[in-house]
Design a protein around this ligand. Structure first.
Ligand code: 6GU
Length: 245
């Protein structure tokens, strides 16, 4: 049985989109995961098939109606009770690799894509829906966020990535950014590849990569470094640096 994604959206034509090519696309073709889209508008009840209305209290834009969304959500929950129901909204908790791993390990997921100014809050009170954001910026809708979430899950599914271990060392799997990469040519625009990487000394290479991962995380993502547990500064060469603290 494959990992199943059900996407509730006003724009089913956005799927599979980028998930139809490369790694995810090949896996889709091989049946390693499956995609179903549900047109939210099919659950509207009035003759204009309306899915949104003006915001209570006034303000710009439109709000997605709880009654229409609940009908769509209930249909999916009834057919797929085992799959967690997420909603993509900038008001959600931020997506992390930990949640991605949890979701990829399960039977799949259902994901409601928000549009307009937002979703009537009563939907979240009345149904078991996990609100998820992909970061602190605003997209025009939840569809591209859902594609991002699905991409992150799909690449972790058994059989999707070439080498099963190639997901383990990279960014965030150890709460650190990944170390930098280099390939041929050895010299490019006067810049050479760090000598240690050509040494063949695997212990030395591993130590250099760990030191660079920590140094780069410290300078680019101090928030991540804090969570990781800020260790004494080491230069990538292994020598202790001066002026600590
Ligand atoms: Cl999930 N939706 C929208 N519309 N904007 C976002 C987002 C989601 N995550 C970050 N920005």
């Amino acid at each position: 049985m494959s990992w199943n994604a059900t996407v509730l959206t006003l724009y089913p034509e956005m799927f599979p989109g980028p998930l139809g090519v490369s790694l995810a696309g090949r896996a889709l073709g091989e049946g390693l995961w499956a995609l179903e889209t549900v047109q939210i508008r099919d659950f509207a009840t009035d003759k204009h098939r309306s899915v949104d209305d003006t915001p209570a209290g006034g303000g710009a834009g439109m709000v997605m109606r709880a009654d229409v969304l609940a009908a769509a959500v209930d249909d999916v929950l009834q057919r797929r009770p085992e799959a967690p129901m997420l909603a993509m909204t900038p008001r959600g908790t931020t997506l992390t690799q930990t949640l991605v791993r949890d979701l990829a390990t399960g039977p799949g997921l259902s994901v409601l894509c928000g549009r307009f100014e937002g979703i009537d809050e009563r939907l979240f009170e009345a149904r078991p829906i996990i609100p998820v954001s992909i970061g602190d910026y605003v997209l025009s809708g939840g569809e591209t966020a859902a594609i991002t979430l699905l991409d992150a899950c799909i690449r972790l599914l058994p059989g999707v990535m070439g080498a099963p271990s190639s997901g383990e060392e990279e960014s965030f799997e150890a709460d650190l950014l990944e170390y930098p990469h280099y390939t041929r040519p050895y010299e490019w625009e006067g810049r050479t590849i760090p000598e240690v990487l050509r040494s063949g000394d695997h212990a030395k290479i591993a130590a250099w990569r760990k030191a660079r991962a920590e140094a780069d995380t410290r300078s680019r993502r101090p928030d991540l470094m804090e969570r990781h547990g800020d260790a004494p500064r080491q230069s990538p060469s292994g020598a202790r640096q001066e002026n600590e603290g």
